[in-house]
Design a protein around this ligand. Sequence first.
Ligand code: SF4
Ligand code: SF4
Length: 578
Amino acid sequence: MEIKNLKVKDYLEHLARHQIKEIISDECMSALANVKAQYGDTETHCAGLEVRLGDPEPYIDYIMEIDEFNIPGADRLWYELDYEEYAKGGHLEPCLFYTAYLNSATDKDYLKKLLAGFLGEKRARTLYDPLIRIMAVNPKMYVRSIGTMTSRQELDIMRMVLYFPTWDELFQGLSDIGWKGDIEALKTALEPWKEVWSTEVAVDLGPEGVMSEKIGFEIFSPSWKHPVLMSSFIAKLEKAGLCLPSKGDALRRWTNILPDGDPFIHTFVAYFKLNYKDGKITEAKAYLEQSPTPGNYYFAAYEKPVFAEMELKNRSNALDLDTAIHWLKELKANRVRKVKFIGDVLEYQHLGELLKHCKEFGINPQIEINSNVPKEKMATLPALDAPSLIVDFDNLKSLQGTDLAKTSAKWYMDIDNAGTLPQVVSESEKLGVKELIITGMTPQKAAAVYPEKQQLIEAAEFINNYKNTKMTLTVDSCFSPLRAIMGGENTKRNRNRGIERGCSAGRDRFCIHADGRLSPCIFIKEFENSDSLATYWEKSEIVQKLRSIKENTAESCKGCCYRRHCLTCYCKQGKNIV
Ligand code: SF4
Ligand code: SF4
C-alpha cells in the first residue's frame, strides 16, 4: 500500500465518492466545498467526521490534522469546523485542539509559552494557575488534549481531555479536581460502557477551575478494529436509544468501505463520545476517520486494483493496440495509477506508443524484463527512457555501465541458490540498482525446488539486519513464507498481516493477457472476458474466490505458527511448504 501525506481536497474527493446520505446530505456535501476552498491544498495527516448519532439531520462537523509552525511546542493541531461554520461560507474559523500530554511534571516555561501561543496571552494568564492546580491533584493524570473554541464564541475557557490510568482513578480524580456533578450517579450512568472504557474525559476549564456538570467521555476499544465487533457496539448504542438505526447503518457501511490502495485511504470509526449531564448520558457522537494508514486488516481487497499487469506479447499472441489503449483508459477512469508491462515486452512493436499514452493519462508504467531476453535486445532498453524497470537479476549484467538508479533487480531464490543471497545483494549494490526484489514462489520457475526452512530463516535474518541507504531489499508478496518468517514467531508482533501478507491476485492486481482476456495475475489461467474494469473487479468468479481464501489450508501448514501471516501462491498451493 502506498502511504502518502494527502491534501484536504484528496480526502474530500474520497468522501464525495463514498457519500453516505444518512450522515452527509447533498446540502452538507455542497457546503464542504467551502472547506475545500480554504483548506483544499493544505496537507493533513488524516480527515475526520463528527456524527451526532441521535440527531436525524444528515450533517457532519469536519476535522483535519494540520502541521503547526507558529505555536511554540506544538507540532500539529486538530482543526474542527462546525457544520454551521463551513456552511456559511466566507472565512472559516476552526476550533483548535492540540494533543499535548501535560501533567504535573511538565516544564513550566514550556507550558506558559504553549498556552500563550495556543490561547492568546490574556486567556493563558487567567487559565495557567487553575490548570497547574488541577494537574497537581493526581500526578498520574494527563491533560491529553487542550482545545480552544473561539469560533463558538467561548472566549474565556479551554477544553481539556483528561486521561486517568484506571477506571477507579477517574472518579476519584474528577472529585479531586472539583468536578461539580454527582460521582455516584456518574458511575451508574457509565457502568454499561465500562468494558470499552478508556478513562478519558472532556471537561471545560475556566478561571475558577473545572466548569459545570456537563462532561464528555471518549471511548475507544481495540476490539472495534473488527467490523463485526464494531457493528455489535453500534447495536448496543442503538438499544440504549443513543443511536438512530439510520445512523447506525451508515456507520456500518462506513466501516465496510474497501480502502483505496494508491494512495492508501481507509475508513473506520476512531472513537465515540458519550455526553453526560444530570445523571444520564444525553448524547452519543461518533468520530469517523479517513486515514492514510490501515485502521485494521479485515478487508479482502482494495476498492480498485492498485496496479494492472499487461502482457504485451507471448509465443502465440501480441496484445492488440486498440485493446491496450482501451485498458489504459479504463485504468485512468478507475484511478489505477500503475501498469506493469510484462511478457516479451521488448518484442512488442507498440511499446513506445503505450508509454506515451501512460504519460498522457497520468499512469506510471513499469517494464519487467525476464531472464530470457537476449543481450542485443537488452541494449535497446536505455533508449526507451522508461520511468521504471524491473530486470531479472540473471540479466542485469547486460546493463552494466548504464544508469540503473531507476531499476529494480528481481531474484528468484530456490534450494540451490538460497545461500548466495549475500553475494546477490553485493553484486546488485555494485551495479547500482535502487532495489533488489527477492521472490521465489512464482510458477515462472516451475522446475526450481523451494528453499528449505533453515535457508529461509537465514535469509530472513540477513534481510532483517540489512542496512544500506542506496539500495532497498524487498521481499515480494508472492514469497509469503519468507515474509512471514521475517516477522517472527510471535503472532502479535508479526507485521506480515492483512491484504499484503501473501498472494494478492484479485486483491491488489489483475492481468490483461496478450490475447485480451483477463485473469487475477499473469500465472492464473482462469480467464474471463470483460471490457469493464469495475465489472471484472466486482463480479469475476475467480476474483471473488481468491478473496474468500483466508489462510493456507494445506495439510503441512497445519500447526505452523506463521499460518495467519502467510498466504502462498494460488497456483502452487500445497507445493511450497516450509
Ligand atoms: S508451513 Fe505453510 S503457513 Fe507455514 S510458512 Fe510454510 S507455507 Fe506458510
Ligand atoms: S498467484 Fe499470487 S502468489 Fe502466485 S504469482 Fe500470482 S500473485 Fe503471486
